[in-house]
Design a protein around this ligand. Structure first.
Ligand SMILES: C[S@@+](CC[C@H](N)C(=O)[O-])C[C@H]1O[C@@H](n2cnc3c(N)ncnc32)[C@H](O)[C@@H]1O
Length: 250
């Protein structure tokens, strides 16, 4: 049985029972246009359908999990503990892009992960491995980017961080087999969902107070704007025969 491989802000792993209580007894294809860690998708393991997110590195991760699970696990096994010394054979072993000293292996991998937002060539399998590695070794398992799109969460404190997750990666790969993975705006589902399909919408949360600092989990626009745009889009959605479920207020 599959499960979410990543930790994600707003992840619904702990609300699965509530969500299942609200699912229709029968539906056609399953679509999750704001997938994040995909807690419901991976638990449900639907046949076909689509998942989507605006985060290109998250979408790339799912494509690699689906298509190259064994290569991904092999890359993950090559990585060292977050507190260990930077690897002198890899880039950013001494200083980061801003010239500051690299304090540990975790920070070296963070610099390597941030090649894409800095317009540098990157290896998509390596990027996927680093996404999972950083997710499992950073503070609170957060995914947060600065205004330049760089992942900027500091290292966390874990007695035994497990970033390989071989069984979870392979089970997730089987769950993703046959699913179409998009990197588009949520509204793609207008063209995709057929009458009788299930569309599960879980937009980012609107902060209850303004953030004290600039970083946001929504790299291309504020969370509030995304949520507002999503509601406006959903209010205008007239696919009456489709089943739309929004469990975000749970
Ligand atoms: C609350 S999280 C989803 C959590 C998910 N249900 C889970 O279990 O992990 C919302 C996701 O929506 C994505 N997102 C934000 N704006 C979007 C948009 N306009 N279209 C598609 N995805 C969007 C974010 O990148 C984030 O991953």
């Amino acid at each position: 049985m599959a499960e979410a491989v990543l930790n994600w802000a707003g992840g619904k792993r702990h609300l699965l029972d509530e969500l299942y209580r609200r699912l229709p007894a029968a539906f056609g294809a399953y679509h999750e246009p704001m997938v994040g860690s995909g807690a419901l998708f991976f638990d449900l393991e639907p046949d076909g359908g689509t998942i989507n997110d605006t985060n290109p590195r998250l979408v790339g991760f799912y494509e690699r999990v689906r298509d190259r699970p064994d290569d991904l696990v092999a890359r993950l096994r090559e990585l060292s503990g977050p507190e260990s010394a930077p690897d002198p054979g890899l880039a950013f072993s001494e200083t980061g892009r801003d010239g500051s000293a690299i304090q540990s292996y975790h920070y070296q991998q963070r610099e390597r992960f941030n090649r894409r937002p800095n317009g540098e060539a990157f290896d998509d399998l390596e990027e996927a491995a680093l996404l999972l590695y950083l997710n499992r070794t950073c503070y609170n398992g957060l995914y947060r980017e600065n205004r330049s799109g760089e992942f900027n969460v500091p290292v966390g404190r874990y007695a035994n961080p497990d970033w390989v997750r071989a069984d979870a990666v392979r089970a997730a790969s089987r769950a993703l087999d046959g699913a179409t993975v998009h990197n588009r705006d949520v509204a793609y589902v207008d063209e995709t969902a057929e009458p009788g399909d299930l569309v599960y919408l879980d937009p980012p949360y609107e902060p209850t107070s303004p953030p004290r600092r600039s970083p946001t989990t929504a790299p291309r626009g504020s969370t509030a704007r995304t949520r507002h745009g999503c509601s406006t889009w959903r209010d205008g959605w007239t696919a009456a025969a489709s089943t739309s479920l929004s469990a975000t207020a749970a």
